[in-house]
Design a protein. Sequence first.
Length: 448
Amino acid sequence: MFRPVIPAAIAHPVRLLPLSFLALILVGTLALLLPVARAGQHAPDFMPAFFTSASAVTVTGLASVDTSTYWSPAGQAIILVLVEIGGLGIVALATVLGLFIGGRLGLRTRLVAQADMHVVSLGEVRPLFQRVAVVMMSFQVVIAAILTLRYRAEYFDSWATALWHGVFDAIMAFNNAGFSLNADSLTRYAGDGLIIIPICVGVFFGAVGFPVLAELFSGWRRPGRWTIHTRLTVWGSLGLLVVGAAGFLLLEWSNPGSLGPLSWHDKLVSGLEGGIMPRSGGFNSFDWGQVRPETLSFATVLMFIGGGSASTAGGIKVTTFLLLAYVVLAELRGDPQVTIGSRSIGPRVIRTALTIALLSVMLVTGSTWVLMLLSDIPFDHALFEVTSAFATVGLSTGLTVHLSVASQLVLILLMFIGRVGTITAASALVLRRRAPRYTLPEEQPIIG
């Protein structure tokens, strides 16, 4: 008999993850279909409820209807809960609750958590979730407090309204979901650093990834002892932040549709936003439909890269992108191994990175083609919308609300795959993997 490569105890939790997210999307749809969730006298329609639930659970932020006017405060609260659960992860949330309530973790729960959070060893699961809960709540409370004070001082006359907006935006920021209680997102706050910068900070750290935050929490004073994963994620995220902000400022500085009318101070604040939000934030203080085509392409690349692994961000992930860059560098140098610092990278990790990248390229390319067939939209806008859905970013050039039902279903599928992950989704469809009992002779086809 053939020996299975993936043990059944681990394969089953891997398959359970997509089903868990799908179940939450269906539950969220039913909750949003309640009459109390819709503003006004009309009952909610199915497609807006389904699309909004999928976007919230996958912490994307794409909206087919205006969140501020279509949904009532009860509906907005449902969206908030779905985003919070989806951001932390269904399994992660259940594990954290089990820790605080029962103080024990079963083996199956640890295996499910291991598959969801990409933890290397089972022994890391319990301390990781404890730190995740503390760090996540701390970020959200601090950001909510800063935003509430600013909203009350400058924009709202009621403390209750300021608090609701502050809490809502803080949770959306850290979970990298772009839902907003304003029809124009952050446009009315353009250039206000006391609002834009705290939201950007929440988006940045939410996109770093839970394992990295846990390691930074315990060893931030010793960067020389960080793991390769943490080094790649931290320095890669900072590098992409600088490149993204600088590139956005250079391309949009004089554009009358975006940064042109702003003062230099407001331009710098918006430039920081333009460098962070395409990584998975989804908020916007300017109209992405008015940016230059070069900026749209530049942002599409940032969205495709995404944030850190096991984070609220999407994309192929920073570590995957940088690892492939090291693979190319090693090949150009003729090195026999791919090395990062004083560590070598195994072929299995390289194959996984290549698989994720190629599957993502095929998925985004094919979905762009399908979206162009279903809707009469230009290529660059279709690619931007598709990448935003796949990378769970939530930015839009304004097309989402005008798309047909079939096109919205394409975006829902992309958001689901982008949140669950291409490897996890593929693993969930494979019942058993078997290793061959023999190896075949090698042959080298001509490459290039």
